[in-house]
Design a protein around this ligand. Structure first.
Ligand code: TXA
Ligand code: MG
Length: 308
Protein backbone atom coordinates (compact mmCIF):
# COMPACT_ATOMS: atom_id res chain seq x y z
CA UNK A 1 0.00 0.00 0.00
CA UNK A 2 1.55 3.26 -1.09
CA UNK A 3 1.49 6.04 1.48
CA UNK A 4 2.45 9.71 1.43
CA UNK A 5 5.16 11.38 3.48
CA UNK A 6 2.50 12.78 5.84
CA UNK A 7 1.00 9.32 6.33
CA UNK A 8 4.46 7.88 6.97
CA UNK A 9 5.05 10.51 9.69
CA UNK A 10 1.68 9.71 11.24
CA UNK A 11 2.25 5.93 11.21
CA UNK A 12 5.80 6.09 12.56
CA UNK A 13 4.95 8.48 15.36
CA UNK A 14 2.07 6.23 16.42
CA UNK A 15 4.36 3.24 16.83
CA UNK A 16 4.11 1.52 13.45
CA UNK A 17 6.73 0.25 11.01
CA UNK A 18 6.70 1.52 7.43
CA UNK A 19 8.97 1.11 4.41
CA UNK A 20 10.83 4.22 3.34
CA UNK A 21 12.78 5.02 0.16
CA UNK A 22 16.44 6.04 0.22
CA UNK A 23 18.91 6.57 -2.61
CA UNK A 24 20.47 3.13 -1.94
CA UNK A 25 17.66 0.66 -1.15
CA UNK A 26 14.28 0.83 0.62
CA UNK A 27 14.47 0.71 4.41
CA UNK A 28 12.11 -0.77 7.00
CA UNK A 29 11.75 2.17 9.38
CA UNK A 30 10.94 2.58 13.06
CA UNK A 31 11.60 5.48 15.45
CA UNK A 32 14.96 5.19 17.21
CA UNK A 33 13.24 5.84 20.53
CA UNK A 34 10.53 3.18 20.08
CA UNK A 35 11.99 -0.22 21.14
CA UNK A 36 8.64 -1.99 20.63
CA UNK A 37 8.47 -0.86 16.98
CA UNK A 38 12.16 -1.76 16.54
CA UNK A 39 11.45 -5.25 17.82
CA UNK A 40 8.75 -5.50 15.16
CA UNK A 41 11.33 -4.58 12.50
CA UNK A 42 13.47 -7.57 13.50
CA UNK A 43 10.43 -9.87 13.64
CA UNK A 44 8.98 -8.72 10.29
CA UNK A 45 12.30 -9.26 8.52
CA UNK A 46 13.14 -12.48 10.34
CA UNK A 47 16.38 -10.77 11.27
CA UNK A 48 18.59 -12.16 14.04
CA UNK A 49 18.69 -9.79 17.04
CA UNK A 50 22.49 -10.11 16.92
CA UNK A 51 22.54 -8.07 13.69
CA UNK A 52 22.47 -4.35 14.59
CA UNK A 53 20.63 -1.59 12.70
CA UNK A 54 21.77 1.66 11.09
CA UNK A 55 20.50 4.93 12.60
CA UNK A 56 19.42 7.46 9.98
CA UNK A 57 19.58 11.13 10.89
CA UNK A 58 18.63 14.24 8.90
CA UNK A 59 21.74 16.26 9.67
CA UNK A 60 25.07 16.15 11.46
CA UNK A 61 23.43 17.82 14.47
CA UNK A 62 21.10 14.82 14.75
CA UNK A 63 23.83 12.38 15.72
CA UNK A 64 25.63 14.46 18.34
CA UNK A 65 23.40 13.34 21.27
CA UNK A 66 24.26 9.70 20.61
CA UNK A 67 27.97 9.61 19.91
CA UNK A 68 30.53 9.41 22.71
CA UNK A 69 33.52 10.57 20.66
CA UNK A 70 34.53 11.11 17.06
CA UNK A 71 37.58 9.36 15.55
CA UNK A 72 40.19 11.29 13.51
CA UNK A 73 39.05 12.40 10.03
CA UNK A 74 35.40 11.85 10.94
CA UNK A 75 34.51 15.47 10.08
CA UNK A 76 36.16 15.19 6.65
CA UNK A 77 34.35 11.95 5.90
CA UNK A 78 31.03 13.43 7.00
CA UNK A 79 31.54 16.54 4.94
CA UNK A 80 32.51 14.68 1.77
CA UNK A 81 30.08 11.76 1.97
CA UNK A 82 26.90 13.08 3.61
CA UNK A 83 24.13 13.24 2.65
CA UNK A 84 24.88 10.00 0.81
CA UNK A 85 25.54 6.25 0.83
CA UNK A 86 28.10 6.25 3.63
CA UNK A 87 27.53 4.62 7.03
CA UNK A 88 29.92 5.42 9.84
CA UNK A 89 30.30 3.12 12.83
CA UNK A 90 30.85 5.30 15.89
CA UNK A 91 31.21 4.70 19.63
CA UNK A 92 27.90 5.57 21.30
CA UNK A 93 26.37 6.50 24.64
CA UNK A 94 23.54 4.72 26.41
CA UNK A 95 21.13 7.12 24.64
CA UNK A 96 21.09 4.55 21.81
CA UNK A 97 18.70 1.75 22.82
CA UNK A 98 20.54 -1.55 23.21
CA UNK A 99 18.25 -3.42 20.78
CA UNK A 100 19.44 -1.15 17.93
CA UNK A 101 23.11 -1.94 18.41
CA UNK A 102 22.76 -5.61 19.39
CA UNK A 103 24.37 -4.76 22.72
CA UNK A 104 27.56 -3.38 21.11
CA UNK A 105 29.07 -0.10 22.32
CA UNK A 106 29.03 1.27 18.75
CA UNK A 107 26.30 2.07 16.23
CA UNK A 108 26.10 2.82 12.51
CA UNK A 109 24.95 6.28 11.38
CA UNK A 110 23.98 7.63 8.01
CA UNK A 111 22.46 10.80 6.52
CA UNK A 112 20.51 9.54 3.50
CA UNK A 113 20.92 11.29 0.16
CA UNK A 114 17.27 11.37 -0.92
CA UNK A 115 15.71 14.72 0.12
CA UNK A 116 12.28 13.23 0.96
CA UNK A 117 13.93 10.75 3.34
CA UNK A 118 15.57 13.61 5.21
CA UNK A 119 12.29 15.55 5.20
CA UNK A 120 10.64 12.52 6.83
CA UNK A 121 13.39 12.25 9.46
CA UNK A 122 13.13 16.01 10.17
CA UNK A 123 9.51 15.38 11.10
CA UNK A 124 9.91 12.11 13.04
CA UNK A 125 13.40 12.26 14.57
CA UNK A 126 16.08 9.60 13.91
CA UNK A 127 14.92 6.37 12.28
CA UNK A 128 16.46 2.92 12.32
CA UNK A 129 16.23 1.26 8.94
CA UNK A 130 17.54 -2.09 7.81
CA UNK A 131 16.95 -2.86 4.15
CA UNK A 132 13.26 -3.57 3.50
CA UNK A 133 13.58 -7.22 2.50
CA UNK A 134 13.02 -10.51 4.27
CA UNK A 135 16.31 -11.53 5.88
CA UNK A 136 18.52 -13.31 3.34
CA UNK A 137 16.61 -12.07 0.26
CA UNK A 138 17.87 -9.50 -2.27
CA UNK A 139 17.30 -5.95 -1.01
CA UNK A 140 14.30 -3.94 -2.23
CA UNK A 141 14.92 -1.14 -4.71
CA UNK A 142 11.28 -0.34 -5.54
CA UNK A 143 7.91 -0.29 -3.73
CA UNK A 144 6.98 -3.44 -5.66
CA UNK A 145 9.92 -5.34 -4.14
CA UNK A 146 8.80 -4.35 -0.64
CA UNK A 147 5.29 -5.60 -1.42
CA UNK A 148 6.69 -8.89 -2.73
CA UNK A 149 8.29 -9.56 0.65
CA UNK A 150 5.77 -8.03 3.07
CA UNK A 151 2.47 -8.16 1.19
CA UNK A 152 0.40 -5.67 -0.81
CA UNK A 153 -1.07 -4.07 2.27
CA UNK A 154 2.25 -3.21 3.84
CA UNK A 155 2.69 0.61 4.03
CA UNK A 156 5.39 1.87 1.66
CA UNK A 157 6.26 5.53 1.24
CA UNK A 158 6.62 5.76 -2.54
CA UNK A 159 9.90 7.21 -3.74
CA UNK A 160 10.02 5.33 -7.05
CA UNK A 161 13.07 3.24 -7.93
CA UNK A 162 16.26 3.69 -5.92
CA UNK A 163 18.87 5.59 -7.90
CA UNK A 164 21.90 3.66 -6.61
CA UNK A 165 20.52 0.21 -5.97
CA UNK A 166 23.30 -0.91 -3.61
CA UNK A 167 23.55 -0.36 0.13
CA UNK A 168 25.79 2.21 1.76
CA UNK A 169 29.50 1.62 2.24
CA UNK A 170 30.26 1.06 5.95
CA UNK A 171 33.47 2.36 7.56
CA UNK A 172 34.83 1.70 11.03
CA UNK A 173 37.87 3.16 12.78
CA UNK A 174 40.08 0.54 14.43
CA UNK A 175 43.71 0.34 15.44
CA UNK A 176 44.51 3.81 14.03
CA UNK A 177 42.97 3.28 10.61
CA UNK A 178 39.61 3.45 8.85
CA UNK A 179 38.56 0.15 7.33
CA UNK A 180 35.61 -0.84 5.16
CA UNK A 181 33.46 -3.43 6.89
CA UNK A 182 30.81 -3.61 4.15
CA UNK A 183 31.46 -2.78 0.52
CA UNK A 184 28.80 -0.49 -0.87
CA UNK A 185 27.72 2.23 -3.25
CA UNK A 186 30.86 4.33 -2.62
CA UNK A 187 33.99 2.60 -3.96
CA UNK A 188 37.06 2.43 -1.69
CA UNK A 189 39.07 4.64 -4.08
CA UNK A 190 36.77 7.57 -3.25
CA UNK A 191 38.16 7.74 0.29
CA UNK A 192 41.80 8.09 -0.83
CA UNK A 193 41.66 11.87 -1.18
CA UNK A 194 39.85 12.27 2.15
CA UNK A 195 41.99 9.95 4.29
CA UNK A 196 45.25 9.94 2.37
CA UNK A 197 44.93 6.15 1.93
CA UNK A 198 42.47 3.73 0.45
CA UNK A 199 40.69 1.93 3.31
CA UNK A 200 41.04 -1.86 3.24
CA UNK A 201 38.02 -4.14 3.19
CA UNK A 202 38.27 -6.09 6.46
CA UNK A 203 35.73 -8.69 7.48
CA UNK A 204 36.98 -9.79 10.87
CA UNK A 205 38.96 -8.30 13.73
CA UNK A 206 42.18 -9.92 14.95
CA UNK A 207 40.20 -11.87 17.58
CA UNK A 208 37.97 -13.26 14.77
CA UNK A 209 34.90 -11.26 15.73
CA UNK A 210 33.03 -10.12 12.59
CA UNK A 211 33.48 -6.32 12.37
CA UNK A 212 30.12 -6.03 10.65
CA UNK A 213 27.79 -8.65 12.20
CA UNK A 214 25.57 -8.65 9.10
CA UNK A 215 28.39 -10.06 6.99
CA UNK A 216 28.11 -13.32 8.88
CA UNK A 217 24.53 -14.02 7.74
CA UNK A 218 23.25 -15.33 4.42
CA UNK A 219 22.35 -12.46 2.08
CA UNK A 220 20.97 -11.17 -1.19
CA UNK A 221 19.96 -14.63 -2.45
CA UNK A 222 17.13 -15.36 -4.88
CA UNK A 223 15.49 -18.81 -4.82
CA UNK A 224 17.24 -19.69 -8.08
CA UNK A 225 20.50 -21.63 -7.82
CA UNK A 226 23.26 -19.42 -9.26
CA UNK A 227 26.46 -20.68 -10.89
CA UNK A 228 29.53 -18.52 -11.36
CA UNK A 229 32.22 -20.75 -12.84
CA UNK A 230 31.93 -22.54 -16.20
CA UNK A 231 28.56 -22.15 -17.93
CA UNK A 232 26.89 -25.52 -17.28
CA UNK A 233 25.35 -27.04 -20.42
CA UNK A 234 22.03 -27.69 -18.76
CA UNK A 235 21.59 -24.15 -17.43
CA UNK A 236 19.32 -22.20 -19.75
CA UNK A 237 19.38 -18.80 -18.05
CA UNK A 238 22.18 -16.26 -17.98
CA UNK A 239 22.63 -13.11 -15.91
CA UNK A 240 24.89 -10.96 -18.03
CA UNK A 241 25.75 -7.81 -19.92
CA UNK A 242 24.48 -5.89 -22.95
CA UNK A 243 27.70 -6.14 -24.96
CA UNK A 244 28.19 -9.90 -24.68
CA UNK A 245 27.08 -12.51 -27.18
CA UNK A 246 25.79 -15.51 -25.26
CA UNK A 247 24.68 -18.83 -26.78
CA UNK A 248 21.39 -18.16 -28.61
CA UNK A 249 19.52 -20.98 -26.92
CA UNK A 250 19.84 -19.28 -23.52
CA UNK A 251 17.58 -16.67 -21.95
CA UNK A 252 19.56 -13.61 -20.86
CA UNK A 253 18.69 -11.37 -17.91
CA UNK A 254 20.52 -8.12 -18.56
CA UNK A 255 22.28 -6.34 -15.68
CA UNK A 256 23.38 -3.47 -17.93
CA UNK A 257 26.43 -2.31 -19.82
CA UNK A 258 30.00 -3.37 -19.02
CA UNK A 259 30.86 0.32 -19.42
CA UNK A 260 28.32 1.47 -16.83
CA UNK A 261 28.83 -0.06 -13.39
CA UNK A 262 26.36 2.46 -11.92
CA UNK A 263 23.66 1.07 -14.21
CA UNK A 264 24.55 -2.50 -13.25
CA UNK A 265 24.39 -1.54 -9.56
CA UNK A 266 20.99 0.05 -10.04
CA UNK A 267 19.62 -3.09 -11.74
CA UNK A 268 21.30 -5.75 -9.64
CA UNK A 269 18.60 -6.58 -7.07
CA UNK A 270 15.84 -6.04 -9.63
CA UNK A 271 17.38 -8.73 -11.85
CA UNK A 272 17.94 -11.14 -8.94
CA UNK A 273 14.29 -10.69 -7.96
CA UNK A 274 13.16 -11.07 -11.58
CA UNK A 275 14.61 -14.60 -11.54
CA UNK A 276 12.18 -15.47 -8.76
CA UNK A 277 9.23 -13.67 -10.35
CA UNK A 278 9.77 -15.82 -13.44
CA UNK A 279 10.30 -18.94 -11.39
CA UNK A 280 13.82 -19.52 -12.70
CA UNK A 281 15.43 -22.51 -10.95
CA UNK A 282 19.00 -22.14 -12.19
CA UNK A 283 21.04 -19.37 -13.77
CA UNK A 284 24.67 -18.76 -14.67
CA UNK A 285 26.14 -15.39 -13.70
CA UNK A 286 28.72 -13.82 -16.00
CA UNK A 287 31.43 -12.65 -13.57
CA UNK A 288 33.85 -11.56 -16.30
CA UNK A 289 34.08 -7.85 -15.51
CA UNK A 290 36.78 -5.59 -14.08
CA UNK A 291 37.41 -6.20 -10.36
CA UNK A 292 37.81 -2.55 -9.40
CA UNK A 293 35.78 0.41 -8.10
CA UNK A 294 32.04 -0.21 -7.87
CA UNK A 295 32.49 -3.56 -9.65
CA UNK A 296 34.05 -4.91 -6.43
CA UNK A 297 30.76 -4.31 -4.59
CA UNK A 298 28.80 -5.82 -7.49
CA UNK A 299 31.03 -8.92 -7.46
CA UNK A 300 30.70 -9.31 -3.70
CA UNK A 301 26.88 -9.12 -3.86
CA UNK A 302 26.70 -11.62 -6.74
CA UNK A 303 29.01 -14.08 -5.01
CA UNK A 304 26.98 -13.87 -1.82
CA UNK A 305 23.79 -14.35 -3.83
CA UNK A 306 25.27 -17.71 -4.94
CA UNK A 307 25.94 -18.91 -1.40
CA UNK A 308 23.48 -21.43 -0.10
O1 TXA B 1 22.10 1.71 2.38
C1 TXA B 1 21.90 1.23 3.51
O2 TXA B 1 22.77 1.19 4.38
C2 TXA B 1 20.48 0.68 3.79
C3 TXA B 1 19.48 1.86 3.74
C4 TXA B 1 18.09 1.45 4.11
O3 TXA B 1 19.96 2.92 4.52
N1 TXA B 1 20.43 0.02 5.05
C5 TXA B 1 21.01 -1.21 5.24
O4 TXA B 1 20.77 -1.75 6.49
O5 TXA B 1 21.67 -1.77 4.40
P1 TXA B 1 21.00 -3.29 6.84
O6 TXA B 1 20.41 -3.45 8.19
O7 TXA B 1 20.46 -4.15 5.77
O8 TXA B 1 22.54 -3.42 6.95
C6 TXA B 1 23.21 -2.81 8.03
C7 TXA B 1 24.55 -3.43 8.23
C8 TXA B 1 24.46 -4.82 8.81
O9 TXA B 1 25.36 -5.66 8.11
C9 TXA B 1 24.92 -4.60 10.24
O10 TXA B 1 25.57 -5.74 10.77
C10 TXA B 1 25.87 -3.43 10.11
O11 TXA B 1 25.25 -2.60 9.16
N2 TXA B 1 26.01 -2.69 11.37
C11 TXA B 1 25.07 -1.99 12.03
N3 TXA B 1 25.55 -1.51 13.20
C12 TXA B 1 26.83 -1.91 13.28
C13 TXA B 1 27.86 -1.77 14.26
N4 TXA B 1 27.66 -1.09 15.39
N5 TXA B 1 29.07 -2.32 14.01
C14 TXA B 1 29.28 -3.01 12.86
N6 TXA B 1 28.34 -3.19 11.91
C15 TXA B 1 27.13 -2.67 12.10
MG1 MG C 1 20.25 -5.70 4.38
Amino acid sequence: MRISLEEAVQQLTSGHVVAVPTETVYGLAALLQDPAAIEQVFILKGRPFANPLIIHVASYKGLVPYVSHFPPHFEDLAQMCWPGPFTCILPVRSTVPSIVRAGLDTAGFRIPGLPITRELIQATGPLVMPSANLSGRPSATSPRHVEEDFGRNFPVMDGGECRMGLESTILLYQESEWVIVRLGAIPSTFFQSILGYEPRFVKQSSDHQPLCPGQAFRHYAPNAHLFVHELPLAVKNIVGFTERNYPVDRRVFILGSLHKPEQVAENLYKVLRQLDQENVQEAWVDMDFPKEGLWLTIAERLLRACDR
